[in-house]
Design a protein. Structure first.
Length: 304
């Protein structure tokens, strides 16, 4: 069974350069942040500039992970063909297209709706729609007009093998041989993290909202931090009365807890998505609600 690499275009190498620049910018923002909070905690002068470095470092780190995954996926994207299935491989993951479900091989694709902008960085992946309203599953590194379309009974796959003609010849010869063993169609992961989780627009927006709310809490602290006394009333009892005070730097622990909750809930959400989408969304929404409660707590302290 031959390995057919996806065509590597200039787009992939440009994406790699952009990724390295983002990583460098993230490292720079991190060093600036560390410089602002060096020394004794009582001498920290945290302001909106410090917050900007923090937001840049965290968002840059997360964006770098996404970009590294997509560039790595583009560079490892390849296709294999045997009598039973066409398999699509990228960065340890596999999508299976059973041969008995393929109804046609077409030399180009007419697209009505492409996947989202993020899913087109480095290469195109995700779900789109053909001009005839057929569902398109993209695993390509070139524009649709230069891609191959494999139509199946349930959807279609857009692929871009580098050795196009040779690939078509082998695919057609395998189709003519017939299937020995029927296989299931779909994406098979090398881990339990659901592939569909990261492609779901509702998931993405919920994650973004939760992170922005957390940034808002950090920004609120940065806005008032230097005007706060060295000790602030953080511990408040059930009646709303102050039950104790803490050093003002302890206030930073509140949004930090919120950020950790966002990360943990996102991770568990991805793990349970296959078995319970409702459970995954409950975790993501819960992390956003946590940010709101923390924001209220911080507002009570900083307003004096």
């Amino acid at each position: 069974m031959n390995r057919w690499w996806a065509k590597r275009t200039l787009r992939v190498w440009v994406a790699l350069v952009i990724t390295l620049l983002v990583i460098a910018a993230t490292i720079w923002a991190t060093t600036q942040l560390l410089a602002d909070i060096s020394g004794a905690a009582t001498s920290w002068r945290i302001d909106l500039t410090t917050f900007a470095w923090f937001a840049s470092a965290v968002s840059g780190f997360l964006i770098s992970l996404i970009m590294l995954y997509r560039v790595g996926s583009a560079l490892t994207l390849h296709y294999r063909v045997d009598r039973n299935a066409l398999t699509i491989h990228w960065l340890g993951n596999t999508a299976v297209v059973p041969m008995n479900l393929i109804t046609a091989v077409e030399p180009s694709v007419s697209v009505k709706q492409k996947p989202g902008l993020l899913t087109r960085f480095a290469y195109t992946t995700g779900v789109g729609q053909a001009a005839d309203d057929h569902v398109l599953n993209f695993f390509s590194t070139q524009p649709a007009a230069q891609a191959l379309l494999l139509r199946t009974t349930g959807g279609s796959y857009v692929i871009t093998p580098a050795q196009r003609e040779s690939f078509i010849q082998e695919l057609e010869s395998r189709l003519n041989l017939g299937v020995v063993q029927v296989q299931s169609e779909g994406v098979v992961r090398s881990s339990r993290i659901a592939y569909d989780f990261w492609l779901n627009n509702a998931v993405r927006w919920t994650l973004v909202v939760g992170l922005l709310l957390n940034f808002a809490v950090w920004g609120l602290i940065a806005w008032r931090y230097n005007q706060l006394p060295l000790e602030v009333p953080i511990r408040i009892d059930a009646t709303g009365a102050v039950s104790g005070v803490e050093a003002r730097e302890q206030l930073l622990a509140l949004p930090l807890v919120g950020l950790l909750a966002w990360l943990i809930n996102a991770g568990f959400g991805a793990l349970v998505y296959r078995s319970s989408r409702a459970g995954a969304f409950a975790l993501l929404i819960g992390s956003a609600v946590i940010q709101l409660f923390l924001g209220v707590a911080v507002w009570v302290v900083v307003r004096g």
